[in-house]
Design a protein around this ligand. Structure first.
Ligand code: 5AD
Length: 365
């Protein structure tokens, strides 16, 4: 009996290996052979059988494309005001228990200065959907940063806007935009968001960003409430067809003042496995080892890189405000000075023979 079980396991493993290889081959054949949802699902269902193989392949592909370089991005959390009430997010507008803040233009410029002096050449402006930041203010800000730091890239992560607004940001000089789809399944989307938020609109935003020529980032949380492996397979298909230049994947982590407070965090290994699949699917993609990943495991960053990630986004927001930008609890590096954080990062990278790359690190075809 045991022998038969072992044989079945072996033949399943062979099938899984050939599937992972198929993803890799499809990635160099200009996506003519799209991977089917059921194939992704089979991999996800049997990840333990194929985990090491997938991770090694992803890590190898990362090295072939980026050698030992890890890109860094200076993350500036410009506002924790948000007009939305996403059920999972700690800065949702219903949360009365946080101190709200928004950085002034001067404060944001000061963050850029600190970051620039540390060697960063990408600034990521991230915030809740704060109506104070009108298109005019955002465009002015982009222009000021670009004028002062013409050699730097600007990434925005400011949520859903109209196509016209995105176009204005592009014109003003923004280079990249991060907007996770959160889930590719519209029914699942509705379990994570209030009725006034619309899945179709979110996906349209992503298409607009791509069409406008932004280096565009999509992605989702792993282990968000009600998510099934089938949903994740659907996200992988969605990402496969969108072909984003960046993909943000991190575990869901509960925030105590949200209605999802009692849900468990997303699984570390499942997150790492998905990072690897993404790297294999898109050898050149910009793939961060996210803060959420570091937050569920002290080695999260390193494990992320060894699974195919090639970007880290250290926080350079003003110290006084860090704790208030809590999308989830127990967020990593909240009390770490920017300079200190960078030294720590280099130390971590030394152990795996990687080093910080101080260039802009744009997506290369
Ligand atoms: N856990 C993990 N990630 C979260 N995000 C928001 N709330 C949480 C949470 N509780 C992620 C979302 C969003 C990104 C900025 O942060 O995916 O797109």
């Amino acid at each position: 009996m045991e022998v038969i079980e072992k044989q079945t396991e072996n033949s399943l493993q062979e099938k899984l290996i050939s599937l992972v290889d198929k993803i890799s081959i499809a990635s160099v054949q200009d996506k003519k052979n799209l991977i089917k949802k059921n194939d992704f699902l089979l991999l996800l269902q049997n990840k333990d059988l194929i985990f090491d193989y997938t991770r090694n392949k992803a890590n190898q592909i990362r090295q072939e494309n980026f050698s030992n370089k890890i890109y860094i991005r200076a993350l500036i959390e410009i506002s924790n005001y948000c007009k939305n009430a996403c059920f999972y997010c700690g800065i949702n507008c219903k949360n009365q228990n946080i101190q709200r803040y928004r950085l002034s233009t001067e404060q944001i410029m000061e963050c850029c200065k600190t970051a620039y002096e540390l060697g960063f050449r990408t600034f990521v402006l991230q915030g809740g959907e704060d109506i104070f930041f009108t298109d005019e203010i955002i465009c002015k800000l982009i222009k000021s940063i670009k004028e002062k730091y013409p050699d730097c890239a600007i990434t925005l992560s400011l949520g859903e806007k109209s196509k016209e607004s995105y176009a204005l940001y592009k014109q003003a000089g923004a280079d990249r935009y991060l907007l996770r789809e959160e889930t590719a399944n519209s029914e699942h989307y509705q379990k994570l968001h209030p009725k006034n938020m619309n899945h179709k609109n979110r996906l349209e935003c992503l298409r607009s960003l791509k069409n406008l020529g932004f280096q565009t980032g999509a992605g989702f949380m792993v282990g968000s409430p009600f998510q099934t492996l089938d949903d994740i397979a659907q996200d992988l298909c969605f990402i496969q067809s969108l072909k984003p230049e960046m993909v943000g994947i991190g575990p869901f982590i509960p925030h105590e003042q949200t209605e999802f407070a009692k849900f468990p965090s997303g699984d570390l290994n499942l997150t790492l496995f998905i990072l690897s699949l993404i790297r294999i699917m898109f050898p050149k993609v910009l793939l961060p080892a996210t803060t959420a990943l570091s937050s569920i495991n002290p080695e999260g960053r390193i494990l992320g890189i060894l699974s195919g990630a090639n970007v880290v986004m250290p926080n350079v927001s003003p110290m006084e405000q860090r704790k208030n930008y809590a999308l989830y609890n127990n967020k990593a590096s909240v009390n770490e000075e920017s300079a200190e954080g960078l030294i720590l990062l280099q130390k971590q990278l030394d152990k795996i023979n990687c080093k910080i790359d101080f260039s802009r690190g744009d997506y290369q075809q």
